[in-house]
Design a protein around this ligand. Structure first.
Ligand code: NAP
Length: 287
């Protein structure tokens, strides 16, 4: 391809979704319903987690939702974390619960996440919600994978019948996005650190989803001309002024038909999906 790829603009798309959510929140509240309320559980002092929770609170206020942060020290026990989550499950004030991860290493993360009740699991990463994704039962979709699929849909990128290669198999990203795309009738391969010839796998993809956490691992030379490239990665690299994706943007955009920038691609979509899930929880609707 001699032309450069068109941009799948996550910032602009997320803004549209936020406006849609804000309008629906207003309509819901006008019926006398309670204002949707996202409760974040924040354990420990991880600065990035504090930043993410702050961003999510700001986004809630933008769409007219309430939010609250429930903090525990890094030294808290697993039982204390579970008790906090159970209290939020029981609270009629709270619509959705977000347990900000990573949790301190002495806490078994799934044990806490699994305590979030299905109807409040707006982050969609409890085993129950992930199971729903696999067996087709109602469940909230986990936010980053859902944001990727939503972005493709908003740009009318065809998924059905396409050959998709997902690079990365984490439980929060690679596996659920692969399952969502499979559910949409794509033919999906999942690559990981033991994949023998990553370049060969990626070169056959109509849609590549990079979810690796390795700066610029996927180069333009691997991309099939005309492919769609979704880069979920953001990596801090010393000496670079902004975060870097898992895809080498310049070379990939010389071959792809569509590409997500970093930042401004997948990242903003994640928060937009969290807001939409919280709204759906308030409406009593699973995605
Ligand atoms: P993760 O849990 O570390 O998983 C990384 C995956 O990449 C693993 O499955 C690993 O394979 C695979 N991998 C590592 N090196 C590889 C290589 N050389 N070749 C092929 N596969 C390789 O990461 P994650 O949490 O999924 O996050 C992935 C990226 O997405 C990160 O940059 C993260 O910051 C970003 N992210 C973005 C958002 C957002 O909102 N935009 C949300 C979450 C994550 P093995 O399984 O074999 O180890």
């Amino acid at each position: 391809m001699s032309e450069r790829a068109r941009i799948l603009d996550g910032t602009a798309t997320a803004k549209i979704i936020r406006q849609e959510v804000a309008a629906e929140v207003k309509a819901l509240v006008s019926t006398g319903a309670r204002v949707p309320h996202l409760a974040a559980v924040l354990i420990g002092d991880d600065p990035a987690s504090h930043t993410y929770v702050g961003m999510k609170q700001k986004a809630c206020s933008w769409v007219g939702m309430q939010s609250s942060v429930h903090r525990l020290p890094a030294s808290c026990s697993q039982e204390e974390a579970i008790a906090l989550v159970q209290g939020l499950n029981d609270s009629s004030e709270v619509t959705g619960i977000l347990v900000q991860h990573p949790l301190p290493s002495h806490i078994h993360e799934p044990a806490v996440l699994d305590c979030v009740s299905a109807e409040k699991d707006v982050d969609g990463i409890s085993r129950s919600s992930l199971g729903g994704l696999i067996n087709g039962e109602p469940a909230f979709a986990s936010c980053t994978p859902a944001g990727i699929v939503e972005l493709l849909d908003r740009y009318d990128v065809q998924i059905q019948g396409k050959r998709v290669v997902v690079v990365g198999r984490s439980i929060i990203l690679g596996k659920p996005v692969a399952m969502m795309l499979l559910n949409r009738n794509a033919t999906v391969s999942i690559c990981h650190s033991r994949t023998v010839d990553l370049a060969d796998e990626v070169s056959r993809a109509d849609i590549v989803v990079a979810a690796v956490g390795r700066p610029e691992l996927i180069t333009g030379a691997m991309i099939k001309p005309g492919a769609v490239v979704i880069d979920a990665g953001y990596n801090r690299v010393e000496g670079r002024s902004k975060d870097v994706g898992d895809v080498e943007y310049e070379s990939a955009s010389a071959r792809a038909a569509w590409i997500t920038p970093v930042p401004g691609g997948v990242g903003p979509m994640t928060i937009a999906m969290l807001l939409r899930n919280t709204l759906r929880a308030a409406q009593g609707r699973y995605l």
